[in-house]
Ligand binder design. Structure first.
Ligand SMILES: [Zn+2]
Length: 282
């Protein structure tokens, strides 16, 4: 039987959970947005950050928050920025657009720049362009004093080099942001944590064949862990193979609790607190 025909399992017994990364404007979710939010609330997820990946999704993320924020009390936030996949689309006009949005960020609940970074796995944009666009948005983050959401895949060395260069030049915030969907080694994660980053854990941590991410969790201090779904991607067990949605983020908490030898309530509280600190939410 294909996964499409299984019924999803929903987590129970959670409250006050913060999904720090969900692309709710994605067409796989958007058409069903109301039900997705209802299910999130039923599963105890009451705060969600919606990250963008280009100019268009920056607008749709903002629109989504405008439309749905406060629905049955749900607390929604968003980011604006250009993903490394889309680096080729970044122009001076894009930068003006981002700066314009960020100048009215409180009005639109924009809490970060992102996703930004490097992706050498897919190489959807030339690497030199990715690096240039990453540097430009890093600079914006510093100048406008707003954290960023880092996307890094198979580009750890260049990523660390660029971040260190920014630090040296004095253009990296003390708490720069979050390494979202951490897929790097524990060694790289250590360097990022040393630079002040939070580390985002999601579905892959629950995959039985994943030996790498538990190693990253192991070296990650409790006060730097945040949980995320990356909806509609990276669905955690036991729903792997289906579309992801914020309602499933407690399954990541279950796995962290197991690996850290703590209760789900504790991990839920800690990750919520961390998420709010990261995105400077009062
Ligand atoms: Zn994402």
């Amino acid at each position: 039987m294909s996964s499409q025909h299984r019924s999803p399992v929903y987590p129970e017994g959670f409250t006050g959970v913060f999904d720090t990364h969900a692309h709710l404007y994605d067409e796989r979710i958007f058409a069903d947005a109301q039900n997705v939010l209802e299910r999130a609330l039923e599963c105890g997820v009451d705060t969600v950050m919606i990250p963008a990946d280009n100019e268009e999704t920056s607008r749709t993320a903002v629109d989504f928050v405008q439309k749905w924020d406060g629905y049955k009390g749900i607390d929604l936030y968003c980011s604006v920025g250009v993903h490394p996949h889309e680096a080729s689309s970044y122009t001076e006009e894009t930068e003006r657009f981002l700066t314009g949005m960020l100048s009215v960020r409180d009005k639109y609940k924009i809490k970060a720049i992102g996703e930004i970074g490097l992706d050498y796995y897919y190489d959807h944009s030339p690497r030199d362009v990715q690096r240039e666009v990453f540097r430009k948005q890093l600079k914006l983050s510093y100048e406008l004093d707003i954290p960023f959401i880092l996307h890094e895949r198979d580009a750890s060395q260049d990523c660390i080099d660029i971040l260190k260069e920014a630090q040296r030049d004095g253009v990296l915030l003390e708490t720069p942001g979050v390494c979202h969907c951490c897929s790097c080694s524990a060694e790289t994660a250590k360097i990022l944590i040393g630079m002040g980053f939070y580390i985002g854990f999601d579905g892959p941590l629950t995959f039985k064949n994943n030996k790498k991410t538990p190693g990253v969790l192991d070296i990650c201090p409790l006060d730097r862990i945040v949980v995320e779904t990356d909806s509609p991607y990276l669905t955690p067990e036991p729903n792997r193979g289906m579309n992801n949605e914020p309602a499933f983020v407690p399954f990541v908490i279950v796995r962290i609790a197991e690996l850290k030898g703590m209760s789900c309530d504790e991990i839920s509280d800690i990750t919520r607190r961390n998420g709010k600190k990261l995105y400077r939410i009062e």
